[in-house]
Design a protein around this ligand. Structure first.
Ligand code: MN
Length: 263
C-alpha cells in the first residue's frame, strides 16, 4: 500500500466515524401498560419522543430482573409513562384507602426496578404522572393515595379535569433554581406559574430522599420533582405529551431535555 493511499484511507475512516457519531440518535425506552391482551404505549408519548429527536422503543413489563437490566443497557433515556395507582401496601407500607383504584402488580414491579436500574446506570429519566409517582416511590418516597379524601386545603384545586387532554386547567408554580425552571423559564408567567393539564387522584406526599420539589399547585399538591445533583432525572405530574402530540410545542423542551441528556 502506498503511503498516499494509507493516508487517504485513514482520513476517510475518521470522516465515517465522525458522521456515525453525529448520526447516533438516542433510543428512548417507554414503559408499557400491562393489560390481559396487550402491552402498549399511547402514541402521544411516541410522537413526543420523535418530535424531540429521539427513537422511541416500547418496554413491556416483566418481573425478570435480568431482562430489566438488559433493557436498560439497550436504551439511552427512559420515560416512565402514566397509568394506574401504585400498590400502597407493597411499595410504601400503607394500607389501601377505600378510594384506591386499580393496581397492576407486575407493572409496579417493572416500573420501580426499571427506574432504579436506569438511575444506577446514569441514564436520564422523565417520569410522567404515574411515572413521577413511581420515581418517588422507587427511591423511598410516599404518595397520597387519593387527593380528594386525604388533602384538605383552603385553596382546593380540581386535579381530574373534564377538558381536552392538551388543555391546561390549573396552574403550577415552578421553583427557581430547579432544572425544571431552567427548562421552562421561557414559557413561565412573570410569577413563575404555568397552566398544566391534570389527570390524577394520587400525588407525591413525602418526597424521596435525594429528590426536591420543583413545582406545586395552589393547594400545595406537588406537581414536579427532580433528583438533586442529577439534572437528567425529573418527574412531572402533568401530561406534556398531550399538547406536544397535538401540535402545541410549548412543552416540547421537556422531551428535548431528555433526548439531549441521553446523547
Ligand atoms: Mn394536578
Amino acid at each position: 500500500m502506498t503511503r498516499k493511499l494509507f493516508v487517504y484511507l485513514f482520513a476517510a475512516n475518521l470522516l465515517v466515524t465522525a458522521l456515525q457519531a453525529q448520526e447516533k440518535v438516542p433510543v428512548i425506552g417507554l414503559s408499557a401498560t400491562y393489560e390481559t391482551s396487550q402491552s402498549s404505549v399511547p402514541n402521544t408519548y411516541i410522537i413526543s419522543v420523535r418530535k424531540a429527536g429521539g427513537i422511541p422503543v416500547i418496554l413491556p413489563a416483566t418481573d425478570d430482573l435480568k431482562a430489566i437490566a438488559r433493557m436498560v443497557e439497550s436504551i439511552d433515556g427512559l420515560i416512565l409513562t402514566g397509568g394506574e395507582d401504585v400498590d400502597p401496601l407493597r411499595w410504601y407500607g400503607e394500607e389501601p384507602l377505600p378510594a384506591m383504584e386499580s393496581i397492576v402488580p407486575i407493572r409496579d414491579f417493572f416500573d420501580i426496578h426499571l427506574a432504579r436500574a436506569a438511575v444506577e446506570r446514569g441514564i436520564p429519566v422523565l417520569g410522567i404522572c404515574r411515572g413521577e409517582q413511581i420515581l418517588n416511590v422507587a427511591f423511598g418516597g410516599t404518595l397520597y393515595q387519593d387527593i380528594p379524601s386525604q388533602v384538605r386545603s383552603a385553596t382546593p384545586v380540581k386535579h381530574r379535569q373534564n377538558a381536552p387532554r392538551e388543555y391546561g386547567t390549573h396552574s403550577i408554580t415552578v421553583n427557581r433554581g430547579t432544572t425544571l425552571f431552567d427548562i421552562l423559564k421561557d414559557i413561565l408567567e412573570k410569577d413563575n406559574t404555568y397552566r398544566v393539564n391534570s389527570y390524577h387522584h394520587q400525588a407525591v406526599k413525602d418526597v424521596a430522599p435525594g429528590f426536591i420539589v420543583s413545582a406545586v399547585a395552589r393547594d400545595g399538591i406537588i406537581e414536579a420533582i427532580e433528583m438533586k445533583g442529577n439534572p437528567g432525572v425529573l418527574g412531572v405530574q402533568f401530561h406534556p405529551e398531550g399538547p406536544v402530540s397535538q401540535g402545541d410545542n410549548t412543552l416540547l423542551p421537556l422531551f428535548r431535555h431528555l433526548v439531549k441528556a441521553a446523547r
